[in-house]
Ligand binder design. Structure first.
Ligand code: FPP
Length: 259
């Protein structure tokens, strides 16, 4: 369900885009976004990489607002992967500070928009103030009933899958040999994933032209539609999201069956 008139969500569309073509009934329930290209955006402007990440915040803000207004129920953004620790120290520290600052600055606005802010990933390795900022955002917004924003931080899908496997194995050990391997169902396995209780993504958007999944939601994207755009993340805005939504609505989703 749209939460605003299309003319308010998309007030100034480029001439090649018609917001009215958006079908309210076919808005994806869950969109996952690989926000790529901040470094290249900065390099093109002879700025340091952190400036690219800072510019990316505005794109995150606009994507959240627009997705929520368009009736998306879950939006998952890949903010920091388990592999991103390999980046130079100043970039890692800068990103952690940026997450903390952004969360504290945005939480009231997100709360007003009825957005629920949660994280997926292993937060135990984060600096204390960054972890606290995400914790505070969850505490303040967990009762909200609008869109859920999942921020993937120190998230890696292989790590997540191993974690779920270990949870299943632990449960088997606790059952003292009374269970059988066939008792391990997909539903049981999914309870050990960070995304437990969240429907699988319908649409994965990746910016900056790379056709890679980069250890993101490997189990969950089994039947997701992929949309890759050459636009660099800081240049992504509501109209780029509209392009992705319209493209998605033309896909013929068969989930392995026939129509
Ligand atoms: C990838 O671009 C981007 C990241 C690893 C960081 C993305 C984080 C943000 C936009 C901030 C989000 C903040 C919150 C609180 C949700 P890249 O550096 O890999 O770009 P490149 O491929 O051009 O080098």
């Amino acid at each position: 369900m749209f939460h605003k008139a299309l003319t308010d969500i998309f007030p100034d569309p480029p001439t090649d885009l018609d917001p009215e073509a958006l079908d309210e009934a076919r808005v994806p329930e869950h969109i996952a976004v690989i926000m790529d290209g901040n470094g290249r955006w900065a390099k093109k402007r002879a700025l340091n990489r952190l400036r690219g990440h800072k510019a990316g915040i505005e794109a995150v803000r606009e994507t959240i607002r627009c997705a929520s207004d368009a009736g998306v129920r879950y939006l998952t953004v890949y903010a920091f992967s388990t592999e991103n620790w390999k980046r130079p120290d100043d970039e890692v520290v800068g990103l952690m500070n940026l997450f903390a600052k952004t969360m504290l600055a945005e939480v009231d606005g997100l709360d007003e928009e009825n957005v629920r802010v949660r994280t997926i990933g292993d937060l135990s390795l984060l600096p204390e103030d960054t972890r606290a900022a995400f914790g505070r955002a969850w505490d303040q917004t967990c009762g909200n009933t609008g869109m859920t924003l999942n921020v993937a931080v120190n998230y890696g899908s292989r790590e997540e899958i191993m974690r779920a496997v270990r949870a299943v194995a632990d449960a088997a050990v606790a059952a003292a040999g009374r269970g059988e391997a066939r008792d391990v169902t997909p539903e049981l396995f999914e309870r050990g994933l960070y995304t437990a209780g969240i429907p699988d993504p319908d649409l994965v958007i990746r910016t900056s032209g790379e056709h890679r999944i980069s250890n993101f939601l490997l189990w969950q994207v089994a039947y997701a539609e992929f949309y890759v755009t050459d636009v660099l993340w800081p240049d992504f805005d509501r109209y780029e999201l509209l392009r992705a939504l319209l493209d998605f609505q033309h896909r013929d989703r068969r989930f392995g069956g026939v129509r």
